[in-house]
Design a protein around this ligand. Structure first.
Ligand SMILES: [Zn+2]
Length: 495
């Protein structure tokens, strides 16, 4: 639950553009100029088109918001489709803590040579008001080359794609070299019943896997429908809030003294402003800079290569760090986000406090960062505490580390490059570190390395996840159907 609240908070403030985050756009505007690639339309047969569209439509039109919706209804509808396609009842289940928060769990049996792969997507969607939208958000509308509806980007398109692939693979009699488990779950966006967390706690045997693919991250960034990069999220930063507090006896403001709570706090924050955490790279961010350097223009490409040197080139790192995304990729960051002080215009402040929000690189703990903040503040009058997910202020912070990046498994990477290369030829596959959090926090923590790969291209300047008139390009959806069919087959035909 703690993690869940953390996620929610992340979402409220940072997530509207999480898996298509805005910073990437700045960067990729230049990539788009540098790479010119041909792109194919989704090469799928008419029956598959009709099937995937029907599933997509059905999902969009089942309201799965936390307030009035039901993920059970959507999960049951998908379960019915799978059973109708020939999946035995024993391999399809809808499970959950209550009648409204059901999760689908389905299994396509393989040869058993390898341990299973888990496909994970969430069924719930963010609230949407009819009055804010041009059309009913819970009606599936195809208009001028787009599908509209709540969840078209985040993330019923991918849910529909996976159910489609399960049915196709079943009809073909395809035997993967490992079981493929599909879970479509509740309460990723909000609500108290996160489905991934619940399934791991109550039905671990049903979802246990060697690794997982989460379609709620990574994916294809497009520019007017043309693919620019295929991102694979392989790491996440750790979230932490700290409170800086100064207490003082106060007094009459006509008789100021040097020992002033506000000045102590302001000076400490000033030192924090000028402080930068050390530059640090990991396997994922190294690969990120290596790949991005191939498609970046001039100076940026040179800087990306130069930070990969041992030791990294400081001037290059400084130039790159002017970009918020690159800065956050290279460093743990801590920034003041809230402040409160004093109690009267004519009184010396009895207290002054601020919240500092940190995003911690893999391999470090929150307590380590708290100690660093104490060092940076350099003032014993400034007390630095950890603020947990429920808002409690604690003397020290947890010692658990941000999870290390997942290993870029060769089978996951080479088959991804192959399948992506067939659908979006010439588009680089780029490992990325998410600065927000996804349901991957649960599976990664449970020892199931999780990769974020969405199959549906979204235009970088048309991110509408969580927003009004959410939409995807019709062709991007069908390309996703084409892509995941190829990818799942390649991924499970290695052995
Ligand atoms: Zn999502």
């Amino acid at each position: 639950m703690a993690c869940w609240l953390l996620n929610l908070r992340d979402r409220v403030w940072y997530n509207p553009l999480m898996h298509r985050h805005p910073f990437r756009n700045l960067l990729l505007a230049t990539v788009a100029l540098a790479v010119s690639v041909p792109f194919l339309l989704g090469q799928i047969d008419p029956a598959t088109r009709r099937l995937s569209r029907a599933i997509f439509k059905q999902l969009i039109e089942i309201n799965t918001t936390d307030s009035v919706g039901s993920t059970t209804e959507a999960a049951e509808a998908m379960a019915r489709r799978l059973r109708d396609a020939g999946f035995p009842a024993a391999d399809v289940a809808v499970l959950g803590p209550n009648s409204r928060k059901g999760n689908l769990v389905a299994r396509l049996h393989g040869t058993g040579k390898q341990r299973p792969v888990l496909l994970m997507g969430h069924l719930d969607v963010v609230e949407a008001r009819r009055s804010d939208w041009t059309s009913d958000p819970f009606q599936f509308v195809e208009k001028e080359g787009y599908f509209y509806g709540r969840g078209t980007q985040d993330m019923k398109s991918d849910d529909a794609i996976w159910v489609t692939e399960f049915i196709r693979l079943k009809h073909e009699g395809f035997k993967p070299d490992r079981d493929i488990i599909l879970i479509l779950t509740a309460d990723e966006e909000s609500g108290m019943s996160n489905g991934v967390d619940w399934l791991l706690k109550h039905h671990r045997e049903l979802v246990d896997a060697e690794f997982a693919i989460n379609a709620d991250g990574g994916g294809v960034d497009t520019d007017n429908g043309k693919p620019v990069i295929v991102a694979i999220d392989a790491s996440e930063k750790l979230y932490a809030d700290f409170q800086l507090k100064v207490s003082n006896p106060g007094g009459h403001s006509s008789l100021p003294v040097p020992d002033n709570a506000i000045y102590h706090l302001a000076d400490a924050l000033g030192r924090l402003e000028r402080f930068q955490f050390p530059l640090e790279l990991n396997e994922v961010t190294r690969a990120y800079f290596e790949r991005m350097a191939l498609v970046q223009p001039g100076q940026q490409a040179a800087d990306m290569r130069a930070v990969l040197n041992n030791p990294p080139d400081a001037a290059a790192a400084a130039r790159l760090s002017e970009d918020p995304l690159q800065n956050s990729t290279l460093h743990t960051t801590c920034v003041a986000t809230r402040m409160e002080a004093g109690h009267a215009n004519n009184a010396l402040p009895q207290s002054a406090q601020a919240i500092v929000n940190c995003r911690i690189l893999p391999g470090h703990t929150r307590e380590e960062v708290r100690q660093m903040l104490i060092h940076v503040a350099d003032d014993p009058k400034v007390e630095i505490s950890f603020v947990d997910n429920s808002g409690r202020v604690l003397d020290s912070a947890p010692n658990s580390q941000a999870l290390p990046p997942v290993k870029l498994r060769p089978d996951v990477m080479t088959t991804l490059e192959k399948a992506a290369g067939e659908v979006w030829p010439g588009t680089p596959v780029v490992p990325t570190m998410a600065t927000g959090a996804s349901d991957g926090v649960y599976t990664n923590a449970a020892g199931i390395p999780t990769y974020g790969i969405s199959g549906v291209g979204v235009d970088m300047n048309d991110v509408r996840a969580h927003g009004r008139d959410e939409r995807v390009r019709v062709e991007s959806f069908y390309q996703g159907v084409d892509f995941y069919y190829r990818y799942l087959k390649a991924l499970t035909s290695v052995n």
